[in-house]
Design a protein around this ligand. Structure first.
Ligand code: MN
Length: 154
């Protein structure tokens, strides 16, 4: 998806949509577990080297639990929820900034009461996420707070 190189202003619209930005499935392959989450590609110019995406989860939705070499820079834009950041579960609210370093397990979960959306900046060229195997998942769930988070009760 290439956005034209000429200057542009794409207006913000109701329901967290933008002009000329398609609302896409969160991931193309069905291999990774996730729930009720969509993706909008806001910026993708090759000259930037990075992409800015907007992800939105319905109430109770969640992103994939994963880790990878590439980093994420995230800003919560709407709603409330929680995120797993390595060995900690943190509550998140609008405009919080979240840095996810290389090889850090991470997952976002919207509260049950409202959608949660966030901006995520990432390198255009990046490695494929790893999912936890049973042993890694069990090691994470050894922490009661992380176990509750993984079970959908952040
Ligand atoms: Mn990720």
């Amino acid at each position: 998806m290439d956005i034209e190189q000429s200057p542009s202003l794409r207006e913000f619209r109701p329901d967290y949509r933008w002009d000329d930005v398609a609302c896409l499935p969160y991931k193309d392959d069905g291999a990774a577990p996730f729930k009720a989450i969509s993706r909008q590609m806001l910026f993708h110019e090759a000259a930037l080297g990075c992409e800015l995406r907007y992800f939105e989860m319905d109430a109770g939705g969640y992103s994939t639990l994963e880790r990878h070499e590439h980093m994420h820079a995230v800003m919560i834009l709407r709603g409330h929820g929680a995120c797993l950041l390595g060995d900690a579960v943190r509550a998140v609210k609008p405009f919080d900034l979240i840095s996810i370093p290389a090889w850090t397990w991470h997952q976002f979960r919207a509260s049950r009461g409202e959608p949660m959306g966030f901006l995520c900046m990432v390198n255009q060229v990046r490695d494929k996420p790893q999912l936890p195997n049973a042993e890694q998942r069990a090691a994470l769930a050894a922490d009661p707070q992380i176990a509750a988070f993984l079970e959908g009760n952040p």
